[in-house]
Ligand binder design. Structure first.
Ligand code: MG
Ligand code: ZN
Length: 452
């Protein structure tokens, strides 16, 4: 770059000062953001890249719990540092289009992936007629963007599934799991299981768990008798299963990383919540059941960005990447506060990675949100909730009581129908302001990448 002239420097300095002043007045959370970032967030324009970070089940309670425990009540997580923040509604619909107030991850993911609300359990298909609706990932591929999906769940679980598959029911994850999707089977002329569809889409980067689904044998069609993993290899995929494999990946071919037989094991452990509460506990920031060779979410996400960027080196279009912290939800269902907080903290490190990337690439739209609220609630120490609860001792040395009472003890705790946070920076980020709906996120990303 040529050296800037004195006049250019003066103009730049004036702009920085003016915007910094505006940011200080309107948003303390944005005060630490660069002026350029705040300007881009309000201005709009085309995004070269979009990084969409989904904390599954990460409602305001889950965010606050992780904040209180790790950085303190007065601290701020990385996800708290976006310049622009709003809320969005997450409800699903019944087959006739009437609202179903509590969504699952399939219907909610379909909402942002396609812009169309659907019934709980469905993957990017319409509620009544069960017809496939084009997804953000499919539209981005058509426009020449590189695409990727990184998750701590099985890659065939609902949140990643909504991007590159269409299924009557979320349970149809592998060729042997097709009971609830009679019209989606290859034998019926359908597109096959979620695993098969995901690799057929030639998504450039697929990192997560669910190796057992991909080890199932294809039952019909071109790849009959092969496993889905072998099908992926025939389609040109490089397949890796651990940290060393991840580190060794080179750009040039699509990549399938299967880092666990099922969901990727969680990072932290502790006592689950119990009826009548637990003794005050500190969380263990490790998990004996997590092999040391398992990549962290942030390491997978970093490699994904590196590979996607390399693929687009000579292109004007960048990439669309979804990163999911999946087990915030799963540990909430299990009423395990330490597991839940550890996964939220791990997700927050991926948020930092995305924001650090965007700081160097301001044409990147970064969005952090959740797919639905969940059960955990911070309650007063003197409360005696009838369901499951646990007392934690936070990093700042205080006691905190968390309550899980959305279902009878012994049953899985439930999602809630609450609105959730959506925060963003970069081109078109202003579209998250106010109270919007999950389906508006489809439009935001479509407009940012000029997909339609
Ligand atoms: Mg999920
Ligand atoms: Zn859930």
């Amino acid at each position: 770059m040529p050296k800037p002239t004195r006049r250019q420097l003066a103009v730049a300095t004036a702009l920085v000062l003016a915007t910094a002043a505006a940011v200080t007045v309107t948003s303390t959370a944005g005060a630490s953001d660069s002026a350029q970032q705040a300007r881009a967030a309000i201005k709009g324009g085309k995004a070269k890249n979009v990084i969409l970070l989904i904390g599954d089940g990460m409602g305001d309670s889950e965010i606050t719990l992780a904040r209180d425990y790790t950085v303190g009540a007065d601290g701020r997580l990385n996800m708290d540092r976006f310049p622009l923040t709003g809320s969005y509604t997450t409800y699903a619909v019944h087959e006739d289009g009437t609202p179903d107030y509590v969504t699952d991850s399939a219907a909610s993911g379909s909402g942002w992936a396609t812009g169309v609300k659907t019934v709980n359990g469905r993957i990017s298909k319409t509620p009544g007629t069960d017809k496939a609706v084009p997804t953000l990932l499919e539209l981005a591929q058509k426009k020449g963007y590189a695409t990727g999906s990184v998750t701590t769940a099985e890659l065939t679980d609902a949140t990643p599934a909504v991007l590159a598959s269409h299924a009557t029911d979320r349970s149809c994850q592998g060729p042997a799991d097709m009971a609830k999707c009679p019209t989606d089977t290859l034998a019926a002329g359908g597109p096959g299981s979620i695993a098969e569809q995901s690799v057929n889409h030639k998504v450039d980067v697929l990192f997560g768990g669910g190796k057992k689904r991909f080890d199932q044998k294809v039952t019909d069609g071109t790849y009959q008798g092969l496993t889905v993993t072998e099908q992926a290899q025939k389609l040109g995929y490089q397949v890796v299963t651990d940290n060393a494999g991840l580190r060794g990946l080179k750009p040039g071919r699509p990549v399938l990383g299967l880092f666990a037989p099922g969901n990727v094991p969680v990072e932290w452990t502790g006592k689950p919540a119990a009826v009548g509460g637990t003794d005050p506990q500190r969380c263990t920031t490790s998990n004996p059941n997590r092999p040391a060779t398992t990549p962290s979410l942030v390491d997978s996400a970093a490699k994904a960005i590196q590979l996607l960027e390399a693929k687009q080196k000579h292109s004007r279009q960048g990439f669309f990447l979804q990163i999911e912290g999946a087990s915030i939800d799963k540990q909430d269902h299990a009423a395990d506060p330490c597991g839940q907080i550890g996964e939220t903290a791990a997700f927050d490190r991926a948020v930092k990675l995305a924001r650090d990337y965007a700081a160097k690439h301001p044409d990147t739209l970064v969005i952090t949100t959740a797919d639905h609220g969940h059960t955990s609630q911070i309650v007063p120490l003197e409360a005696t909730p009838p369901g499951l609860s646990s007392t934690l001792v936070t990093d700042e040395g205080q006691r905190l009581k968390v309550n899980y009472s959305t279902n009878t003890p012994g049953l899985s705790q439930e999602h809630t129908g609450v609105q959730v946070r959506i925060a963003a920076q970069g081109p078109k980020a202003y579209r998250v302001l106010g109270v919007t709906d999950q389906t508006d996120l489809f439009t935001t990303i479509s407009e940012a990448l000029r997909l339609r």
